[in-house]
Design a protein around this ligand. Structure first.
Ligand code: TYD
Ligand code: MG
Length: 464
């Protein structure tokens, strides 16, 4: 019999400590450490003392027959793109996101799409009653889809139900935080319960070739176990993002054992559920004002998809000893770096100015390729002269002031041309990539060259 003891577990990252602390040393979150009982194996696995002798497993070589993982496509192109070409049978996915962002809507739509294609689909809701789920399905026009539905939270009951019939192709559990199992002592929602429940369900999925989708809420208050503890148990982690002010949502893969990460799918929340956005650049540039200083269009890349995004800068005279720098949607350290390079290498001074940077549409950019567009927006705002409306920018700026080439320049340029842009400023090193006719591409070896070009324009025709 395993000894029962008390553990202190961080509800955000799952780190275990011997005593209670106000702040988790592992993830740095405050007030996330909760006392939990640990009995049997940690996380509800099989008890350590239950088996004395192990089973012999065959050892094999690295070479051998390899099969493409069998996939089931939902035919929802934006979803299939993020999963890497459809759900892989026998794999487990975690779909995380803030409450209310649209996870249940997305998954009921995916479930209905698969069910209509003839795949057995089970949707188990632990948060909403059957009536609520039905109401949503009706609103989405999906009430006729042959999805099998249950409102249940007990892992044992769910497994018994599933084992009574043939294994479904797709099993959706909404959400992992509501699941609980008898094998763990802690209350539902704690790390121990979430981990033990997820483990039992993943085991079922692997054994039966079912695709398991776990929904997880991301909360900061530490009351509900963050889905991070489940992340290492699943094959793919998708995050559903967006902000309250905008109707579009982005599904992003942050881990995928069967496909590329950083791939995004773009959806728009409408009165009739989530609609796919096939041309996100047009959406993000939709309400652009073209003649304001400080706005530059960045030809970016999200996963394998080119995306045009407007970067807005505001440079205003500061009355503070230490001027303000505020950034939304980009890395603030990177902004400081670009400001420093502009000062040190190009003689453009911001030390007396407050600088605000915003990525339009609430998008978050991680790519260093946005450096050149940021620099252009900053210089434009400082000089008070709008950049040409038909131009895109991309390129990474190094500390020496050199502009370094970025990946997939032709795809970026093609996207820009498709959306009616006529010129691009890019790294010199990307010029060798073939570009289309009727589109002028200017290669810039140094950041100083951009500043020279922009001030030459200013001198020539400020109203252009
Ligand atoms: P939901 O899928 O319940 O979010 P989650 O499961 O991530 O908590 O979505 C909730 C929000 O979506 C809610 O604020 C209403 C909105 N919504 C629409 O705008 N249109 C729709 O057709 C549906 C079903 C929801
Ligand atoms: Mg929900």
């Amino acid at each position: 019999m395993a000894r029962r003891s008390t553990q202190f577990i961080c509800q955000s990252c799952g780190a275990v400590t011997a005593k209670w602390q106000g702040r988790c040393e592992s993830c740095g979150e405050w007030n996330t450490i909760v006392e939990e009982q640990s009995g049997g194996g940690i996380g509800g696995g099989p008890g350590r003392g239950s088996r004395t002798k192990g089973r012999v497993v065959p050892l094999v070589g690295l070479s051998g027959e390899t099969k493409e993982a069998p996939r089931i496509e939902s035919k929802v192109a934006e979803l299939d793109r993020v999963t890497g070409g459809g759900f892989v049978r026998g794999s487990a996915l975690l779909v995380g996101g803030d409450p209310g962002i649209g996870k249940s809507t997305l998954l009921i739509q995916a479930a209905a799409a698969l069910a209509q294609l003839g795949h057995a689909t089970v949707y188990i809701s632990g948060e909403e009653s059957i009536a609520q789920v039905r109401l949503r399905a009706e609103r989405l026009g999906l009430a006729q889809a042959p999805v099998q539905l249950a409102a249940e939270t007990s892992v044992e009951d769910i497994l018994a139900t599933l084992e009574a019939g043939p294994a479904p192709a797709l099993l959706i559990l909404d959400s992992v935080q509501t699941l609980w199992t008898d094998t763990a002592d802690s209350p539902p929602g704690t790390v121990t319960q979430v981990r033990a429940s997820a483990q039992a369900m993943v085991r079922y999925a692997k054994k039966n070739g079912t695709t398991l989708v776990l929904v997880g809420h991301v909360t900061k208050d530490g009351q509900i176990a963050g889905p991070r503890v489940v992340e290492h148990m699943v094959d793919a982690v998708l995050y559903f993002e967006g902000d309250g002010a905008h109707q579009y949502r982005i599904l992003r893969s942050v881990k995928n054992r069967f496909g590329a990460t950083d791939e995004i799918g773009v959806f728009e929340m409408t009165g009739k559920g989530l609609a796919q956005v096939a041309n996100p650049s047009a959406l993000f540039l939709g309400d652009r004002t073209t003649n304001a200083p400080g706005a530059a269009v960045f030809a970016g890349l999200e996963g394998s998809r080119p995306l045009l995004i407007e970067i807005q800068a505001l440079v205003a005279a500061s009355s503070l000893g230490t001027p303000r720098r505020a950034v939304i949607g980009w890395d603030s350290a990177r902004l400081s770096m670009i400001l420093a390079v502009l000062e040190a290498r190009c003689g453009v001074r911001f030390s007396q100015h407050d600088v605000y940077l915003n990525v339009a549409g609430g998008l978050k950019i991680n790519e260093p390729g946005a450096d050149l567009a940021v620099a252009a927006a900053l210089v434009s705002s400082l000089s008070g002269l709008a950049l040409p409306a038909n131009c895109v920018y991309f390129g990474e700026v190094s500390l020496s002031g050199a502009i370094r080439p970025v990946a997939q320049a032709p795809a970026r340029l093609k996207e820009a041309q498709k959306l009616g842009f006529e010129q691009a400023y890019c790294p010199d090193g990307n010029l060798k990539d073939k570009t289309a006719k009727g589109f002028s591409v200017t290669g810039l070896p140094e950041l100083g060259d951009l500043v020279v070009k922009l001030s030459a324009r200013a001198g020539a025709s400020p109203s252009d």
